[in-house]
Design a protein around this ligand. Structure first.
Ligand SMILES: Nc1ncnc2c1ncn2[C@@H]1O[C@H](COP(=O)(O)OP(=O)(O)OP(=O)(O)O)[C@@H](O)[C@H]1O
Length: 661
C-alpha cells in the first residue's frame, strides 16, 4: 500500500489493544489469506472518493477477494449468514494470523454482516443497479438483486443475459426442409428407432431453430460429431451461404478440435462438408486481441462478419470473455456453445456454462420448446417437460457416451465421481483401463509410471528425422525442413501419450515439487541429460500470451535439437497443424511441465493420464477437479494418492461460484 494523505481514515482506527482494519488487511495479505490488490483497492478508492466506514472498506476488499476466487459477486443474504463458508476463510486458514488479528477479523466481519444493504448503499463507492437496461452510475461497486459486484463484472453479466435473452425467439423454419437435412446427416436407422430419443439429432433440430443453443455432454457423448452434422444441416437449410466461425477458449483446445473436426468432416456423406470451416481459432484471435490492450478489435461498433459462431470447450469461458463474444456478434448471428457442464469452470471469474446448464439433466422444457422438438423424434419427451429456465429452453444434453462403453473404467469412474459416489479400490479392480496407487506405494508407483510413460516421446525424439531424397538444392532445403517438421510433429504427438496432472502449484505433490522429482527420475533413468536449464527433452508450458511469437498461455512445447542448425529449439504445434521452432532464449514466461495442473489441462486429452492428489486437503480439491482430471484420459487413467482419504474428501467438495446469471 503506497503512502498517501487521507482526509479521514475508516472509523475503526487502532486504539489500545485493537487492530485497525487496514492493519488487519495488511496482515491478511502478509499471510496470503487475501491478495495484495484486495487490500489496495479500498485504499485506492478512498483517494478518489473518501469513504470513512470501515464496513465499506471491508466489503470492497472482500468483493475483490471473491473475484480473485472466481466469483462474480457476493450474495448478501448468504454472506450475512455463512460468511466463513462463502469466503473459505475458516478457523484453519485464520490460524495463520495472530490471536489478536483473528479477534479483529471476527469483529470487523460481524460489523459488516450486521450492516443493512441500504446503509452500505450510502457509500459513494456503491451504486444500485438501474435494472437490465438502465445506465449504470459510475461507481466501482454495484448492488443488484441482492448481490454486491465489482461494476465491471456486473456489466459483463448483464450483457451476457441481455444477449441471450435477445436470442430466445425461435427462427422460422420449414420443418420439412429441416427434417430432410437432419435425415441426410444422421443414419436413419439410428435416429428413427421407435420410442427412442436420439439426443444428437434433437440437438441439431433445436440448434437449427434457435439463435442461441448449448449442447452439453460428458466425454465422448458426441459433441463434436453432432456439431459437424449440425453445421452441415445449417448449410443445407441456408443454401450453403452461412458464414461459420469455429472457436475455442485456448490454443490447445483449438488445435485438438481442428484435428477432430477435420476427421469428422471427412465422415460426412459426400458434398455435405461444403462450407464447414476445418480450422478452429482461439476466442482471442476471433475477437481480435491486441498486445497490451484490454479491449478487443471486434465489438458492437465493429462486429464480426459471421452468421454462425460455434465455441467448443465452453466450460472454460469466463463471464467477461462471454460478454466480449456476445458484444462482437451481429444481432442475427447464431451462437452455439459446446462443452461439458461438469468440468471445472474457467480460472477467471464466472462459471458461464455451469450456470447456463443448471437443471439441464431434467430438461425442463416448456411447451414452446417441446413444440420445437417433437416433430424430430419418435421418443417420449414427457420426462423432460417442465418449467425450466430460459437457458434450459436452449439446451440439449447428450447422455450416451460413444467412446466409453459399459466396460470402460474411465467412463464408469467419471460417472460415479460426478454423482458424488464414494469410490473404493475394488471399483478400480473391476476395469482394465483404470488403476489406483495409494499410501506408501504411491511415490514408487509414480516413479515407474513416469519413467515408462515419458520414455515414449523422449525415445521418439532420439530417433531424429528420417532423411528422404530431394532433386536440387532448393528442393533439398524444403525437404529437410519438411522432414524436420514431420519429426517434430511425431515427437509432439508421442508426448500426448502420457501426462501427469496435479491439483496444486506448491508443495512436494504440487507442480514445483513434482516437476523437480520427475526430472530427477528421468535423469537417473538416462532419459534426459540434465534437470535444470534448457536441455533436450524439456517440456515447457507457456505462462502468458506472447503475441509476438503467437504463443498462448497454456501452449505446450518440447525442447529438441534442431536437426538443421544443431542448436536447441522449442517446437510447438499451431492450431493449423504447422510447427513453430522457437529459440529458448525468446521464451521468457515458460515453466517445465512434466506435471501439469488440472486447470491448465482443460481442453487437452492424453492417452494415459495420471492424476496425483496431494497428501493433505486443500480448498482446490473438488469433485469438479477430479472429474476434469479423469476425463482428460482417452485410454488409460491412473490415480495416485499418498493419502487415500483425500479422494473421498475431494468428491464431497463442490465448486460453487456466486454469480447472477
Ligand atoms: N451416434 C454415434 N454413434 C456411434 N458413434 C458415435 C456417435 N456419435 C459419436 N460417436 C463416436 O464417439 C466418439 C466420440 O465422439 P466425439 O468426439 O464427437 O465426442 P465429444 O463429446 O466431442 O468428445 P470429447 O469432447 O470428450 O472429446 C467418436 O469416435 C465418434 O465417432
Amino acid at each position: 500500500m503506497g503512502e498517501f494523505t487521507v482526509k479521514s481514515t475508516p472509523q475503526h482506527v487502532a486504539s489500545g489493544d485493537e487492530i485497525s482494519l487496514r492493519g488487519l488487511l495488511q496482515a491478511m495479505v502478509d499471510t496470503r489469506l487475501i491478495r495484495a490488490i484486495d487490500a489496495e483497492l479500498p485504499a485506492l478508492l478512498h483517494r478518489m472518493a473518501p469513504e470513512t466506514r470501515s464496513e465499506v472498506w471491508l466489503l470492497c476488499a472482500l468483493v475483490s477477494f471473491q473475484y480473485g476466487r472466481g466469483h462474480t459477486c457476493i450474495p448478501w443474504e448468504t454472506f450475512c449468514k455463512h460468511a466463513d463458508q462463502l469466503l473459505g476463510i475458516d478457523e484453519g486458514a485464520l490460524a495463520r494470523l495472530s490471536e489478536r488479528q483473528q479477534k479483529a477479523w471476527r469483529t470487523h466481519l460481524r460489523a459488516l454482516q450486521e450492516m443493512s444493504s441500504a446503509a452500505l448503499l450510502e457509500s459513494p463507492w456503491i451504486a444500485a443497479s438501474a435494472g437490465e437496461q438502465g445506465v449504470v452510475q459510475e461507481a466501482p461497486l454495484t448492488w443488484s438483486q441482492g448481490r454486491f459486484y465489482l461494476t465491471r463484472l456486473f456489466l459483463a453479466e448483464r450483457q451476457v443475459r441481455a444477449a441471450v435473452t435477445a436470442r430466445l425467439q425461435p427462427l422460422a423454419f420449414d420443418s420439412d426442409v429441416l427434417q430432410a437435412a437432419i435425415a441426410e446427416v444422421f443414419e436413419p436407422d439410428q435416429v428413427r428407432v421407435q420410442g427412442v430419443i436420439h439426443w444428437q439429432s434433437l440437438a441439431c433440430a433445436l440448434a437449427a431453430q434457435r439463435p442461441f443453443t448449448i449442447i452439453t455432454g460428458g466425454p465422448g457423448t458426441g459433441k463434436t460429431t453432432t456439431v459437424v452434422r449440425l453445421l452441415a444441416v445449417l448449410q443445407r437449410v441456408r443454401a450453403g451461404q452461412a458464414r461459420i466461425q469455429l472457436a475455442a477458449p485456448t490454443g490447445k483446445a483449438a488445435a485438438r478440435l481442428t484435428e477432430s473436426i477435420r476427421d469428422k468432416i471427412q465422415e460426412l456423406p459426400d458434398g455435405l462438408g461444403h462450407g464447414i470451416p476445418a480450422e478452429v481459432v482461439t476466442l482471442h484471435k476471433l475477437l481480435g486481441a491486441r498486445p497490451h490492450r484490454r479491449a478487443f478489435l471486434h465489438n458492437r461498433h465493429n462486429p464480426l462478419q459471421v452468421d454462425v459462431v460455434v465455441v467448443d470447450e465452453a466450460s472454460m469461458i469466463d463471464v467477461e470473455m462471454m460478454a466480449s463474444l456476445m458484444d462482437a456478434l451481429p444481432p442475427q448471428a447464431q451462437v452455439i456453445l459446446l462443452g461439458d457442464k461438469d468440468q471445472l469452470a474457467s480460472v477467471e471469474a464466472g462459471s458461464v456454462l455451469g450456470d447456463f446448464c443448471a437443471g439441464a439433466e431434467r430438461g425442463g422444457y416448456r411447451k414452446e420448446t417441446l413444440d420445437l422438438l417433437l416433430p424430430y423424434t419418435t421418443g417420449d419427451l414427457n420426462a423432460f417437460a417442465g418449467a425450466g429456465s430460459d437457458y434450459n429452453q436452449a439446451t440439449v444434453m447428450l447422455r450416451e457416451s460413444h467412446r466409453f462403453g459399459a466396460d470402460s473404467g474411465i467412463g464408469q469412474l467419471a460417472g460415479a465421481i460426478n454423482r458424488g459416489e464414494s469410490v473404493q479400490s475394488d471399483f478400480f479392480e473391476r476395469f482394465a483401463d483404470i488403476q489406483w496407487f495409494e499410501g506408501t506405494e504411491a511415490l514408487d508407483a509414480l516413479r515407474k509410471l513416469c519413467v515408462t510413460g515419458y520414455a515414449s516421446y523422449l525415445k521418439t525424439m532420439q530417433t531424429g528425422p528420417i532423411a528422404q531424397g530431394a532433386s536440387d538444392s532448393a528442393d533439398t532445403e524444403n525437404t529437410v525442413q519438411r522432414q524436420a517438421d514431420i519429426w517434430a510433429k511425431q515427437v509432439l504427438r508421442a508426448h500426448r501419450d502420457f501426462q501427469v496432472l496435479v491439483a496444486l502449484r506448491t508443495g512436494p505433490w504440487g507442480i514445483s515439487g513434482l516437476n523437480e522429482t520427475i526430472a530427477d527420475w528421468l535423469n537417473r533413468a538416462g532419459l534426459i541429460a540434465q534437470t535444470h536449464g534448457w536441455y533436450v527433452g524439456r517440456p515447457v508450458i507457456v505462462q502468458r500470451n506472447n503475441y509476438a511469437l503467437k504463443l498462448m498461455n497454456g501452449d505446450i512445447g518440447l525442447t529438441v535439437r534442431d536437426p538443421i542448425s544443431g542448436s536447441l529449439r522449442v517446437v510447438f504445434e499451431q492450431p493449423d497443424g504447422q510447427i513453430k521452432w522457437v529459440l529458448p532464449s525468446r521464451l521468457a514466461d515458460v515453466e517445465t511441465v512434466y506435471a501439469l495442473t488440472v486447470h491448465k489441462s482443460q481442453g487437452s486429452e492424453f492417452t494415459h493420464t495420471v492424476l496425483v492428489l496431494p497428501d493433505a486437503m486443500n480448498p482446490v480439491l473438488t469433485r469438479e477437479l477430479v472429474y476434469t482430471g479423469i476425463t482428460r484420459a482417452s485410454h488409460q487413467f491412473t490415480l495416485v494418492t499418498p493419502e487415500a482419504r483425500i479422494l473421498a474428501q475431494a468428491i464431497q467438495t463442490r465448486v460453487i461460484r456466486s454469480s447472477g446469471l
